[in-house]
Design a protein around this ligand. Structure first.
Ligand SMILES: O=C[C@H](O)COP(=O)(O)O
Length: 258
């Protein structure tokens, strides 16, 4: 994507977008609206990302064509539920029609030195994600803070079977950063496995998206970011994507140098 126009970046970002509503007070009406917004005149977002209680509703609206995938979250935001309860959350969400499970690791236990807790959690939810269900593992980089720990959490998630590693819940003080992204994408590259990357939280503009895409393309290859390997987790990014694609707003100059 290096050297691509803002419009091209916006179109790519749309195809990679997990259009998110994880507001605590999200309503059924907002889920109706989210499903509609995910299908734009310029193409669909990759997925919507919603609370488990709305998965069945979204599946009814979106049907079984999977043109917009349904992602949901388990063990979010605290990362502190019991493994069996999280596995049950995932099982129920998949039965309701979820295509993708975004799982928060027990990051506080990892901060206390307990790597086994992370491995056990990821493996248990992996076992629920049979067939085509994607498992995206949130390591909560803004709470781990330390670069070596972000790297280690990435390795543990990958080794335990993550399809994607994701930076953040969007619920803590520090969410996606380019520094964390750099560590995580390198961990993916060095694992030698086909694992995707999802920066999430606070990404609100096409210019922001361009920076993450550029980083991923530099560390991996220019053709690496695609819906099977890269997603943006964002609740506000679609507004700027549509503004750029409709020509009603130019992205800031920073994006044009990407
Ligand atoms: O997983 C996605 C994040 O929760 C979205 O965070 P955001 O509302 O800051 O875009």
């Amino acid at each position: 994507m290096n050297g691509h126009s803002n419009r091209e970046t916006a179109a790519v970002a749309l195809s990679l977008l997990d259009l998110t509503n994880l507001k605590d007070d999200c309503t059924e009406a907002q889920i109706d609206a989210l499903c509609a917004r995910a299908q734009t005149p310029y193409g669909n977002s990759a997925a919507i990302c919603i609370w488990p209680r709305f998965v069945a509703q979204a599946r009814n609206i979106l049907g079984t064509g999977h043109a917009v995938r349904i992602a949901t979250v388990v063990n979010l935001p605290s990362g502190e539920l019991e493994v069996a309860d999280v596995a049950a959350e995932a099982r129920e969400a998949i039965a309701d029609g979820a295509d993708e499970i975004d799982l928060v690791i027990p990051y506080r236990k990892l901060l206390a030195g307990n790597e086994t807790a992370v491995t056990d959690m990821v493996k248990a939810v992996r076992a629920e994600c049979a067939g085509p269900v994607l498992l995206k593992v949130i390591i909560e980089t803004g709470e781990l803070k330390d670069a070596a720990l972000i790297r280690r959490a990435s390795e543990l998630a990958i080794e335990a079977g993550a399809d994607f590693i994701k930076t953040s819940t969007g619920k803590v003080a520090v969410n996606a950063t380019l520094e964390a992204a750099d560590i995580m994408i390198r961990a993916i590259r060095e694992s030698g496995r086909k694992v995707g990357f999802k920066p999430a939280g606070g990404i609100g503009s096409v210019a922001d998206a361009a920076l993450y895409l550029s980083l991923a393309e530099t560390i991996m290859t220019p053709d690496w970011p695609m819906p099977s390997t890269f997603r943006f987790g964002a609740s506000d990014l679609l507004d700027d994507i549509l503004a750029v694609l409709s020509g009603t707003q130019s992205a800031p100059a920073a994006a044009s140098s990407y």
